[in-house]
Design a protein. Sequence first.
Length: 198
Amino acid sequence: MSRRRVRPEELELWQQVARTAQRIRPEEPPRERAAGPEPMIRNPRSAPALPRLEDFQVGQTAGRAAPPHDVLPGISERVAAAPIHMDKKAFQRLKRGKLVPEGKIDLHGMTLDQAHPALMGFILRSYAAGLRLVLVVTGKGKDRDTGGPIPVRHGVLRHNVPQWLRMAPLGPLVLQITEAHLKHGGGGAYYVYLRRQR
């Protein structure tokens, strides 16, 4: 904003306004005006009282554990948390490793591009043959995280197989997916319980 000189008629008008103005608080003595713009002062009677802060010590909450940053549970927890769609007694026997798989596929060493069609073909053939329980071995996976800014999941096949089994065309054929018992591979394998043929 450019500054310009005040013209004499403007100064006369301002002095006329200043003579006719009345003070807001006549009981207070007039203050000496400092050079520069007048600071904004709130009315102390209208200002709300600030709440008193509680006593505290610096660092008193430092010993508390930080909340976990992993918002997505691990694959084992997600598979275990899935609802049970099969007979509960048969499911308990399955979890204890009492049921013997009728078929098995080993996806060790395959890439995602190789494993997906192999799994689809195996499940479709098993369903067509009337098999009920099959074992899908994925392995626990290698730790390929290089420490970059984007973390890499441990065991890519292990994470993708449950998703593939829930998607079409395999989803309608699969009744239950659960981690295998230790004698059948533990966390590196899945029991896939198929529906009966209609």
